[in-house]
Design a protein around this ligand. Structure first.
Ligand code: PRX
Length: 649
């Protein structure tokens, strides 16, 4: 873990500490260690109290947690309806006129959607889905821009017990095909297109291309957003607004088992095939409602804004399920942060009086590049808590965020978690934790994390691997269709422990410093992409014989994708051809920043590609020991080329 140690050495130069201010503590939900103390005494009892306080149940559970390693069940025997928890109970409590979403389209159009509005639309759409033959247990795929219909579709699925599988709108047709086929989805919900950087990006054509190879899809529902021309196949494709026109707004919420599958969400692992991560209902909802409430110190007059896309776990847990279960008022924004200008986010915060703001380090580093003059154009005094997620935040970015966005007064919650954990696991509580810039601090109350060395011995000081030692309610229940892969991926490296794939270091005060992935998963702008996935996309190009991909440190995106490609004899392809090909196979987010052509890849004598060397070349480091190489001249040649090849931003 040499690279990670370099990172941590830099991080640990950061000595500043930030205790919560007296003013913040005074109004905070949690200003002392009482939650930690309670959870330490009895973690299952602690989670049960959260489940009882934050979730409404149709019938009580008989067992808090059934744990047969590596499979857990939570609140066993209990029944609930997730959409009822997110909608009906708030309306029944007289909060129907509370705004659920202040939605802002990229071009500047807006919609204000109250909890009563959302409940009506969700019931109608649940009836639409039933009318299309969707029943309990049937999978529904969602491929939408950041429009309110995305939340409506997810909640409508939850209402009728049909697990959804949302695919980020930036993924390609091929990625959508793979995910639909793995889930064997019956219905696809998409849009004509959405707005991005001032232009309409078409989605329906990609959906059409995808479902040409998806035999299980019976119907496609199309939301009109972009206004772009689309082909509609009679009998298969339906406009959302036409179906909704005739739909009844009465669809009573049926009780579902606590362990009813709520959704699948595909994420990258160390092989080329994305994994369908399974999340269920009662435990997941408890976990996301609890963490959203306490980590953001949720208050009744809050306006909360999470800038993630619903296509990622952050959007599922901290736009849809957590905040709506808590009855929060949110901002939802469709587009990019620099349209029409670099101050769009700050304009939105001022316009809606956002109090709690959750974004990613990669975005913060981009804002730093655009300069402090952009936020300075706006009144950001409404802000109270700032959050980050997706990758380690470097102290410079933390301090910039604290100073220029938080006005020096807002606690920062650096939240570590994963698609697999369902909700936040390691994070400060803003009213009680003294933060250090760059550290996610401590496990949340109820969460048990431990750093271990190669032999699974707990590390009390210094670097190692982050593991989770006790089950938690939001944990994944498995990988769709592949229980063995679930066992192998997460539970085989260290016996009895969930291994997260991240390196981590403990400092003298017991603070956790996340060091990034220690496996072959890259983190590009907070998005997980596996090296194997990009390699397999590259070698599917007819001209490519062999490819090796590594993630190299990048000032803005955290890591950047660097590819080394050997072409087939006599065949040709340009860098642009290959980048376009990867975008077509996976999506634009997976396009390599740089591609080096090389007649050979550096391999050990046993034929293993030496990724460490490739990373060193990509990051311009002096090469260490190359004696195990079969042919050392390959690397010298690569280094020469690395000095010449232009990179793509
Ligand atoms: O490496 C960690 C990094 O993101 C990975 C999880 O990615 P994903 O499942 O896509 O979920 C992202 C949103 C929760 C982790 O294994 N990561 C996430 N949050 C942090 C982080 N690394 C350091 N600090 C964080 N706060």
């Amino acid at each position: 873990m040499a690279d990670e140690h370099d990172t941590i050495d830099a991080l640990l130069d950061e000595q500043r500490t930030f205790p919560p201010t007296a003013a913040f503590k005074e109004q905070a939900l949690v200003a002392d260690t009482s939650l930690y103390d309670e959870a330490r005494r009895d973690d299952e009892g602690f989670w049960a109290r959260q489940a009882a306080d934050l979730v409404t149940w149709h019938s009580d559970w008989h067992t808090i947690c059934e744990w047969e390693l590596p499979f857990s069940k939570w609140f066993v025997g209990g029944t609930l309806n997730v959409s009822e928890n997110c909608l009906d109970r708030h309306v029944a409590a007289g909060r129907g006129e509370t705004v659920a979403f202040h939605w802002e389209g990229e071009p500047g159009d807006t919609r204000t959607i109250t909890y009563a509005d959302l409940l009506t639309e969700v019931q109608q759409f649940a009836n639409v889905l039933k009318g299309l033959g969707v029943g309990k247990g049937d999978r529904v795929n969602i491929y939408l821009p950041m429009i309110p219909e995305a939340a409506v579709a997810m909640l409508a699925c939850a209402r009728i017990g049909a697990p959804h599988s949302v695919v980020f709108g930036g993924f390609s047709a091929q990625s959508l095909t793979d995910r639909i086929n793995d889930a064997e989805a019956k219905v696809l919900i998409t849009a004509d297109g959405g707005y991005r950087r001032g232009e309409v990006f078409p989605l329906k054509p990609a959906a059409d291309e995808a479902i040409a190879d998806c035999p299980t899809i019976e119907h496609v529902v199309v939301v009109r957003r972009g206004g772009n021309d689309v082909d509609m196949v009679a009998g298969r494709d339906h406009w959302y607004h036409e179906l909704m026109d005739g739909a009844s707004a009465d669809c009573p919420a049926e009780p579902m088992d606590s362990e009813q599958l709520l959704f699948l969400l595909y994420t990258s692992g160390t092989t080329g095939k994305p994994k369908g991560i399974m999340h269920t209902s009662g435990g997941y909802l408890t976990h996301v409602a609890y963490t959203h409430k306490y980590v953001f110190d949720l208050q009744p007059d809050d306006v909360y804004w999470c800038t993630a896309d619903v296509g990622w776990i952050t959007g599922h847990s901290y736009i849809v399920y957590g905040p709506l279960a808590n009855g929060a008022t949110q901002v939802m924004y469709e587009g990019v942060p620099n349209y029409p200008d670099n101050d769009r986010f700050w304009a939105i915060i001022e316009k809606y009086g956002v109090t709690k703001f959750y974004t990613a380090p990669t975005a913060i580093r981009t804002f730093m590049k655009w300069g402090a003059k952009e936020p300075a154009k706006h009144d950001l005094s409404s802000l109270k808590v700032l959050g980050t997620v997706g990758e380690p935040i470097n102290p410079e970015a933390w301090i910039w965020y604290h100073t220029n966005i938080g006005g020096g007064r807002c606690p920062i919650v650096d939240t570590w978690w994963q698609t697999e954990t369902g909700g936040m696991m390691i994070s400060p509580l803003p009213g009680c934790t003294t933060t250090k810039p760059g550290s996610a601090t401590f496990p949340l109350p109820g969460v048990s994390a431990e750093v271990v060395d190669d032999e699974a011995r707990p590390v009390l000081h210094g670097g190692g691997y982050l593991t989770l030692t006790r089950p938690w309610p939001g944990m994944l229940r498995g990988i769709w269709g592949d229980p063995q892969r679930y066992q192998d991926t997460y539970w085989s490296r260290f016996e009895g422990r969930y291994f997260a794939g991240d390196g981590c270091k403990l400092d003298d005060d017991g603070y956790l410093w996340l060091l990034g992935r220690v496996d072959d998963v890259m983190n590009v702008s907070g998005h997980r992409i596996s090296t194997a996935e990009v390699e397999s996309a590259l070698v599917s190009h007819p001209s490519v014989a062999e490819a090796a991909v590594v993630g190299a440190n990048d000032d803005t995106t955290g890591q950047a994708i660097i590819a080394y490609v050997t072409l087939r004899g006599g065949l040709d392809a340009s860098i642009d051809d290959l980048r376009t090909h990867v975008a077509h196979e996976i999506g634009a987010i997976a396009k390599p920043k740089t591609i080096y052509f090389t007649p050979d890849l550096p391999k050990t004598r046993s034929g293993k590609i030496m990724r460490r060397l490739l990373r060193d070349v990509a990051e311009g480091r002096n090469l260490g020991d190359t004696t195990t190489l079969a042919d050392a001249s390959v690397v010298n040649e690569l280094q020469r080329r690395a000095a010449e090849v232009p990179t793509e931003d």
